[in-house]
Design a protein around this ligand. Structure first.
Ligand code: GDP
Ligand code: MG
Length: 439
């Protein structure tokens, strides 16, 4: 579905002005993407009304493709809804986890503890689930894997008492994460229990843990837990599956909170602090929208920054990344082919450029276009270290950009070739031979 949005957008590439019909078409595709990602219908409608209204009213800055401008509006509206990640100090605090059985609370407790430990804090998990058999062992084992403190008591069946004792026993820790029991459905005794635990624990932050696959059910849960203990943030788990977690947005909206963490696997390290950019891009099945939004913003602040931003000489210093390659390709568009660009660099004219490997710098317009589409689907880290891009990432990038894995590999190949060439230049710079050649 993301690719049909991309298809629609690609058709509009190069247009400086979009018609009302164009905008209708984009909005329809965005609606389709969001609905298939389980975002609530009324939220989708509200969003698309805002997007339509702004796209028709606001003027794109000169030189900005209309398509990019509309995407920026889409991005802004989604950020507005989803918000920045839930604020969590890197300091002493107590966090309470709530949610139904199987949503991923225990796993998330251990993951979050692990995450805090990587920030130099000393976390402890307190397991108060006396309802589910094996809950104690599961939590204990995961905490051992995360190498964090753990308290639980399989012989006590009073969760409130365990919570009280747990805080005492783990007094040396800075961050206390209190895991609770869930049920198959919301029941009064579950709510009573968690309210009592909340009373004893007095958490700084209560987080609602939701499975990414949750759809309409998110609303009732969010409402209920928010009423009983107050929800400050949401943890979305199992994002490594096919579900995109759009249902959790209902919970965020309902509780007027934000997203704190994302769970992306079964291991304790499979956790990420929430960042709106990646999440939104994933919801829409598109590449890095945040980057695009930034680019449009820069264009709005000042036109033609791109060109000034990039000095060919910089390329010859330090690491050569895919971002450099993209800028280099853009520069070629503006300044002519690389060998001419090279002429602009003091000391690099003349014979040196003849040593360029054949077609190392041959980037036709067509390839440039497909490369930039592919790069829109790559993360910053991937562009900084293209060598670390493996098969599964290639598959994802191809899917996200609506291209083939072969095309992605071709881009990486091109990068490697250019990188080698640049390295050669860098080598010469520090070489005596260089001096000779300059004469
Ligand atoms: P709880 O009942 O809310 O405590 O849920 P658990 O933490 O026990 O998780 C329920 C199941 O979901 C377990 O099998 C976990 O391994 C699995 N799980 C939790 N988080 C994730 C995740 O982010 N990805 C995947 N693939 N599985 C998860
Ligand atoms: Mg559990």
């Amino acid at each position: 579905l993301g690719s049909s949005l991309r298809g629609t957008l690609d058709k509009l590439r190069g247009k400086s002005r979009l018609s009302e019909e164009d905008i209708e078409e984009i909005v329809k595709e965005i609606q389709r993407s969001l609905l298939s990602a389980d975002v609530d219908v009324s939220l989708v409608m509200e969003l698309s009304d805002n997007i339509k209204e702004r796209s028709l009213e606001e003027e794109p800055p000169a030189g900005t493709p209309a398509r990019d401008f509309v995407l920026r509006i889409v991005y802004e509206e989604l950020v507005d809804l989803i918000g920045e990640s839930t604020e969590l100090p890197l300091d002493e605090q107590t966090i309470l986890l709530a949610g139904l059985q199987g949503s991923g609370k225990t796993t998330s407790a251990a993951k979050m503890a692990w995450w805090f430990s990587t920030k130099g804090l000393r976390p402890a998990v307190i397991q108060t689930d006396t309802f589910r058999p094996g809950a104690y062992d599961q939590a204990k084992e995961m905490c051992a894997r995360a190498e964090v403190d753990f308290y639980g008591n399989p012989d006590n069946d009073d969760p409130v008492e365990i919570a009280r004792k747990g805080l005492e026993e783990t007094a040396d820790a800075d961050v206390h994460i209190v895991d609770t029991a869930g049920r198959h459905a919301l029941e009064d005794d579950l709510i009573d229990e968690i309210e009592q635990i909340e009373g004893v624990v007095q958490p700084d932050t209560s987080l609602l843990v939701l499975d990414a696959a949750i759809g309409q059910g998110a609303k009732e849960q969010a409402q209920q837990f928010d009423e009983s203990i107050g929800i400050e943030g949401v943890v979305i788990t199992k994002l490594d599956g096919t579900a995109k977690g759009g249902g959790a947005l209902t919970a965020v909206d309902q509780t007027d909170s934000s997203i704190a963490f994302l769970g992306t696997g079964e291991e304790v390290q499979d956790v990420e602090r929430f960042e709106p950019d990646g999440f939104i891009s994933r919801l829409l099945g598109m590449g890095d929208l945040g980057q695009l939004a930034e680019r449009v913003e820069r264009a709005m602040a000042e036109t033609d920054i791109e060109e000034e931003d990039w000095d060919p000489e910089d390329m010859l210093q330090g690491q050569f990344t895919l971002n450099d390659m993209q800028k280099q390709m853009e520069a070629m568009n503006n300044m002519g082919p690389l060998d001419q660009v090279m002429d602009m660099i003091p000391g690099f004219g003349g014979g040196i450029k003849d040593q360029l490997p054949d077609d190392a710098m041959d980037v036709t317009q067509e390839r440039m276009h497909s490369f930039s589409v592919i790069m829109d689907s790559m993360t910053d880290a991937e562009k900084e270290y293209p060598k670390a891009v493996g098969a599964s990432q290639i598959e994802r990038i191809a899917r996200g950009s609506g291209t083939s894995e072969e095309q992605v590999r071709e881009l990486l190949q091109q990068y490697k070739m250019m990188e080698r060439t640049i390295k050669q230049f860098q080598g010469m710079g520090s070489d005596q031979e260089m001096q000779r050649m300059m004469k």
